[in-house]
Design a protein around this ligand. Structure first.
Ligand code: MLT
Length: 418
C-alpha cells in the first residue's frame, strides 16, 4: 500500500543531517560561535530594487482594481519575457518565452522532471552530485537497490582529481543524464567543448540532458557557457533549470524557471506539452508578488545591485580557495561558482572531517559523501556567509589543517575555469 522505495533510501536528506548535528553541538555548547559554510544559503539581504518591487506588488494586492488571484500556471508573461531578455537573448539562443516555465525553485523542478520518463529509464549522474537528482529517482523506484553506498541501477560518472572533477561520457547506454554547471558541489564548470561533446552524445544516443544552471550567474570565465542552449542542437536534447535563489538571494522568496524547448520530442511526444500538463496539474504558480520581485532583478538598478552581491560572495569564494591552497590543500571551485571543494586533510573521511571542524573550530561545511560515493573523502565549503565570518572561518581552518597533517593528494592541474 505504501511506496516501498522510501524504505530503500538513506533515512535523512543530507542537509537535514548536517543541521541536526549542528543543532546538537550548539545545544551542548551554547557559548560557542559556529561559522556556517555548509548549506548554500545566502546571507545578503534582498536587493533594494527587489524589495521595492515586492512592496509595490503587495500594494497592488491590497486594492480591488489591481488584486490578482491565481496567475497563469506557466508564470506571468512579464517575468517570462524578462527571463528571455535577461538570460537567453544576450547569449544568442533562440529560446522563447513560451518555452519558459516559472517555478518555485530548481529543487522542486529538478526533483519533478523525472516524472516525464519511464519507470525503467536509465539514469546517469555526476558523482558527486546535488542529492535531489538521485533521491527523486530513487523514490520513483528507478534506481534499484542501495547497496554499499551505491544504487544498483544508477550510472555514476566520477568527478575526481584525475579528470579535473568533470564527468566523462557514460560507457554504458543511459536515457537521462543530469549535468550541473557550474557544478554543485565541486564548483567546477563545463567548458564549451565539454558541452558540445555532451550534446553530440545525447543526439547520437537519443538521450535527454537535464541541465541544472542554477549557478550560471557566478561564471566569471567567458569560455564556460551559461546555458546549454549556447550549443547548437541542444534544444532537441536538453531541459534547463535556472534559479533566482543564489543569484538574487531568493532562497526564502522562492522563484526559478525551467526551459523545456518545443523541439524536444521523444517517441513522438512533446516533452514541452508533457511538462505543461504536469505543471498545470501540480502547481498553481509562484506568487505574483514574488514574480514581480524576480522581474526587478533585470532592471538596470536591479542588475547592478544583484551583481554586487554575487561579487561579494565570489570574493569569499576566492578567499577560501586561496587559503586552502596556501595550506597545501588542493582546492578547486570558487572561480565560476560559490563552492570550494577539496580532499579532507589528514586522510580523514568527510564525516570525520565534518565532526572535527565542528568540535574543534566550530566551522560547518558539507561532507562530500552526502553528494555521492566519489565525495567520501572530500568536503565542500560555501561562500555564502558574511565576509567577516568567512575571514574568521578561513583563519580557524588554516590553523587546524597543519595539525591534521597535509592532505595526501598532490595539487592537481585543473582546467583554468574550475
Ligand atoms: C546546497 O547547499 O547544495 C544548496 O543550497 C541546496 C539547495 O539549493 O537546495
Amino acid at each position: 500500500m505504501i511506496n516501498p522505495h522510501y524504505g530503500n533510501i538513506p533515512p535523512s536528506y543530507l542537509f537535514s543531517e548536517v543541521a541536526t548535528r549542528v543543532r546538537t553541538f550548539q545545544d551542548a555548547n551554547p557559548d560557542q560561535r559556529i561559522l556556517r559554510l555548509g548549506i548554500g544559503d545566502v546571507t545578503r539581504p534582498l536587493a533594494p530594487a527587489v524589495v521595492e518591487a515586492l512592496q509595490d506588488a503587495v500594494q497592488e494586492q491590497a486594492s480591488d482594481a489591481t488584486f490578482r488571484g491565481y496567475g497563469p500556471e506557466q508564470g506571468y508573461a512579464f517575468l517570462r519575457d524578462a527571463i528571455i531578455a535577461g538570460e537567453y537573448a544576450p547569449i544568442g539562443t533562440a529560446i522563447t518565452a513560451e518555452e519558459v516555465f516559472v517555478g518555485d525553485g530548481s529543487k522542486t523542478d529538478t526533483a519533478g522532471v523525472q516524472e516525464l520518463f519511464d519507470a525503467d529509464a536509465r539514469v546517469a549522474v555526476s558523482d558527486p552530485v546535488y542529492p535531489v537528482y538521485v533521491d527523486s529517482n530513487a523514490l520513483a523506484g528507478r534506481l534499484g537497490e542501495f547497496v554499499g553506498g551505491k544504487w544498483s541501477r544508477l550510472t555514476y560518472l566520477d568527478c575526481i582529481e584525475s579528470n579535473g572533477y568533470r564527468p566523462s561520457l557514460p560507457e554504458a547506454p543511459v536515457d537521462l543524464v543530469y549535468l550541473c554547471s557550474p557544478n554543485n558541489p565541486t564548483g567546477t564548470s563545463l567548458s564549451r567543448s565539454d558541452l558540445e561533446q555532451w550534446v553530440t552524445w545525447a543526439r547520437e544516443n537519443d538521450a535527454v540532458i537535464l541541465f541544472d544552471a542554477a549557478y550560471r550567474a557566478f561564471i566569471t570565465d567567458d569560455s564556460a557557457p551559461r546555458s546549454i542552449y549556447e550549443i547548437e542542437g541542444a534544444e532537441e536534447v536538453a531541459i534547463e533549470f535556472g534559479s533566482f535563489s543564489k543569484t538574487a538571494g531568493f532562497t526564502g522568496l522562492r522563484c526559478s524557471w525551467t526551459v523545456v524547448p518545443k523541439a524536444l520530442r521523444r517517441e513522438g511526444a512533446s516533452l514541452h506539452a508533457m511538462w505543461s500538463r504536469r505543471h498545470a496539474t501540480k502547481f498553481n504558480g509562484t506568487p505574483y508578488i514574488v514574480q514581480r520581485a524576480a522581474e526587478a532583478i533585470y532592471s538596470p538598478e536591479g542588475r547592478e545591485q544583484v551583481q554586487a552581491d554575487i561579487d561579494y560572495y565570489m570574493r569569499n569564494a576566492g578567499l577560501i580557495r586561496e587559503a586552502l591552497n596556501a595550506s597545501g590543500v588542493a582546492a578547486v571551485g570558487g572561480r565560476n561558482a560559490p563552492y570550494v571543494w577539496f580532499r579532507c586533510p589528514g586522510g580523514l573521511d568527510s564525516w570525520e572531517f565534518f565532526d572535527r571542524l565542528l568540535a574543534e573550530i566550530q566551522v560547518v561545511g558539507t561532507p562530500g559523501v552526502g553528494f555521492g560515493p566519489a565525495g567520501a573523502d572530500h568536503f565542500r565549503l560555501s561562500a555564502f556567509g558574511s565576509h567577516e565570518d568567512t575571514l574568521e572561518a578561513v583563519a580557524r581552518l588554516t590553523t587546524l589543517i597543519p595539525a591534521l597533517g597535509r592532505t595526501d593528494s598532490s595539487p592537481v592541474l585543473v582546467r583554468s575555469e574550475s
